[in-house]
Design a binder for this molecule. Structure first.
Ligand SMILES: Nc1ncnc2c1ncn2[C@@H]1O[C@H](COP(=O)(O)OP(=O)(O)O)[C@@H](O)[C@H]1O
Ligand SMILES: [Mg+2]
Length: 258
């Protein structure tokens, strides 16, 4: 099924000449207008830009949730932009995890069951799934809440459970679209702390945010403007504190027109 094996050193995720337009009142509106982007394994890439600049669309295109209008997307050696939905669904399930602003937990399942449910379509035996789900809950500080329903925990706890769910199949890439967008700052910080920890452990993350505090957790920030990459900022000095990173990023963002 793999079309052209992954070449060593080739990026885990990339797109070339990416275009996307939507029909609106019979008129084509160009939302992504020629994006080239490479994501290496272990990168924590952050996508920023004003509302409507195309951030979510780019994330959907890069993860095959949305069809491209033009250009190619490669993920782990597969050209996902030309894959059939069925193949794509398998690839997505096996290699990608998703966290959205709306937590999308199933209301009548406990947190534990929600996490396990995401693994039911894999070959993993149920006992192993349950162990993995408990490990994830523990590592997110939710060990005591495993048997609660989503409605019985806070928004931040729901988002951490949704993050655990997205990781149950050990995805190569974690895609997150404004994962802290619906959270207060204390809850958001816990989610971001977990993302930072994942990144340290080598998890590849592709995250959309318009929150400065979230953005400075990444190792690179891509600024999108009117569907094009306007600039990229890299945090080269890993020794900087979060506050220092925030200051540097802020002054760069202002120059981008943030
Ligand atoms: N399914 C769709 N149909 C029509 N227009 C869309 C659709 N999805 C997004 N758009 C338009 O594309 C533009 C970019 O949207 P989006 O990627 O959601 O931006 P962002 O996430 O940066 O706020 C917006 O103008 C939006 O209205
Ligand atoms: Mg969006």
């Amino acid at each position: 099924m793999k079309k052209g094996a992954a070449v060593m050193d080739s990026p885990l995720l990339s797109c070339k000449g990416l275009h996307k337009s939507f029909q609106s009142d019979g008129v084509d509106v160009d939302v992504i207008r020629g994006v080239d982007l490479e994501v290496s394994a272990g990168d924590f890439t952050v996508l920023m830009g004003s509302s409507g600049s195309g951030k979510s669309t780019l994330l959907y295109l890069m993860s095959g949730l949305e069809d491209v209008t033009g250009g190619t997307v490669m993920c782990n050696g597969y050209e996902i932009s030309s894959m059939k939905e069925k193949e794509l669904a398998l690839l997505r399930r096996g290699e990608m995890g998703f966290v959205f602003q709306a937590f999308n937990l199933i209301p009548n399942l406990t947190l534990l069951e929600n996490i396990m449910a995401a693994g039911f379509l894999s070959d993993t035996p149920k006992v192993d799934l349950e162990r993995r789900a408990h490990e994830l809950l523990d590592s997110l500080g939710l060990g005591d809440l495993a048997k609660r329903l989503p409605s019985q925990v806070s928004g931040g706890e729901q988002q951490r459970a949704a993050t655990a769910r997205s990781l149950v199949n050990s995805p190569k890439i974690l895609f997150a679209d404004e994962p802290t967008g619906a959270l207060n700052s204390a809850s958001g910080k816990k989610v971001l702390d977990y993302f930072s920890r994942l990144a340290k452990e080598g998890q590849t993350i592709f995250m959309v945010t318009h929150d400065l505090k979230g953005a400075c957790r990444g190792n690179r920030v891509i600024y999108l403007k009117d569907g094009q990459i306007h600039g990229e900022y890299r945090f080269d000095d890993q020794a900087l504190s979060l506050e220092e990173r925030e200051k540097l990023l802020f002054s760069w963002l202002v120059k981008q027109g943030w």
